[in-house]
Ligand binder design. Structure first.
Ligand code: PMP
Ligand code: GLN
Length: 388
């Protein structure tokens, strides 16, 4: 038989699926894969349920329900002062994962270069490579996650087509802000590059900080596509409702990819996200406050157990250094496996977010969007095995 597409045939199953399966097999508490263990608000699910029963349940418009496109435009205006025309500057997709693929395929041609930071989310590189484009990966410094000046500047070339940014960032919990965003914008503009910004964790931001889309910087709206996800904002990760906002000349081509990837997204879920996005400020504040408390609860417990906990400004992930805690292993994958099988707590080894040589081997990621009692039970397990 002839060989299959090497870009995909050579890949393993994602680390998130792998760790969830290992957790299930060994009865471990799963703080690996990122998903809340409680479903999002009942009133939102109620709207979806009614929409499914009452219909229509046929193909909705390819670009998304007009009401949802308007709701996303209103959201972008309300939170960021960004103005997009709901008719042709917003596209609804089946999750941010599809949005990312559609945007990358719309923008990239063979030979184009993409500047992006690692650690990076695992869906980015396979799609970039499938487009025949070349990733130029810039490794953020550890443990502070600063942008290395020299390496960032030299990652750009006349072939740079795109900067792919994720803020708030998975798995680091970093929020790109202020001068960092300005530098990225300056270099992108100087090289006439587009910016694709994965902002799925836009509302999961802590300590009074605010997420700032790079599209709000001067001159950046015209070259930026920004991606959001109802899965993250409303704790409904299984719904896979995402959205892209951008200037119409870019969105037009992104939509042409989308029409052949999924074409549409379930209309009942879209209708419920119209309702959800309109929630009052108290909803969005409560979401962040509640996750901030969970972050603090888990961080405090992990520190007690002996881990060095790295600062988290946003997302529902927290990374720790494993040095000197429990057994020592050559790789973080072995460490995470041991922690799952022997201690009963599943995490994600951070090397999974690296593509370059010699990734750090002393870092694991915990997901904290879990019930307090689940976080406490995980800490109890860790403490009983790791505290001597
Ligand atoms: N980007 C990042 C950084 C993520 O962590 C996730 C979460 N899975 C996604 C994109 C995908 O989001 P969605 O579930 O809406 O496809
Ligand atoms: N984004 C989620 C995480 O980082 C997982 C998504 C997935 O399982 N593909 O854990």
């Amino acid at each position: 038989m002839k060989s299959l597409n090497p870009d995909f045939a050579s890949l393993g199953t994602t680390i998130f699926t792998t760790m969830s399966a290992l957790a299930a097999e060994h009865g471990a508490i799963n703080l690996g894969q990122g998903f809340p263990d409680e479903d999002g608000p009942l009133d939102i699910r109620d709207v979806a349920a009614r929409a499914l029963i009452e219909g229509p349940n046929q193909y909705p418009p390819m670009m998304g329900l007009p009401a949802l496109r308007q709701a996303v435009a209103d959201h972008d205006q309300r939170f960021y002062g960004l103005t997009y025309d709901a008719r042709d500057e917003i596209l609804v997709t089946s999750g941010a994962t599809e949005a990312l693929a559609a945007c990358l395929m719309a923008l990239l041609a063979p030979g184009d270069e993409v500047v992006l930071f690692e650690p990076l989310y695992d869906s980015y590189l396979p799609i970039i490579r499938q487009c025949g484009a070349v990733p130029r990966i810039v490794r953020l410094e550890t443990p502070g996650w600063g942008i290395p000046d020299g390496a960032f500047t030299t990652a750009f070339s006349p072939a740079t087509k795109l900067v792919l940014l994720n803020t708030p960032m998975n798995p680091t919990g970093k929020l790109f802000a202020g001068e960092e965003l300005a530098v990225i914008a300056r270099l992108a503009t100087a090289h006439d590059a587009y910016v694709l910004c994965d902002e799925v964790y836009e509302h999961l931001v802590f300590d009074g900080a605010a997420h700032q889309p790079i599209a709000t910087l001067p001159e950046m709206r015209a070259r930026t596509l920004r991606i959001g996800s109802a899965g993250k904002t409303f704790s409904l990760t299984g719904w896979k409702v995402g959205y892209v906002s951008g200037p119409r000349d870019l969105i037009t081509t992104v939509a042409k990819v989308h029409q052949f990837l999924t074409f549409t997204t379930p209309p009942g879920l879209q209708a419920a996200v119209v309702y959800a996005l309109d929630k009052d400020d108290a909803y969005y504040t409560r979401l962040a406050t509640s996750l901030q408390a969970k972050r603090d609860r888990l961080a405090e417990g992990l520190r007690r157990v002996g881990f060095k906990v790295l600062p988290v400004e946003g997302t529902y992930f927290l990374t720790v250094l494993t040095d000197g805690v429990g057994q020592s292993f050559a790789t973080d994958v072995e460490y995470a496996r041991w922690l799952t099988v022997e201690v009963g707590v599943a995490t994600v080894p951070c090397s999974a977010f690296y593509a370059g040589p010699n990734p750090p081997q002393n870092m694991i990621r915990f997901c904290f969007c879990k019930k307090d009692e689940v976080l406490d039970a995980a800490i109890d397990r860790l403490a009983s095995r790791l505290l001597r």
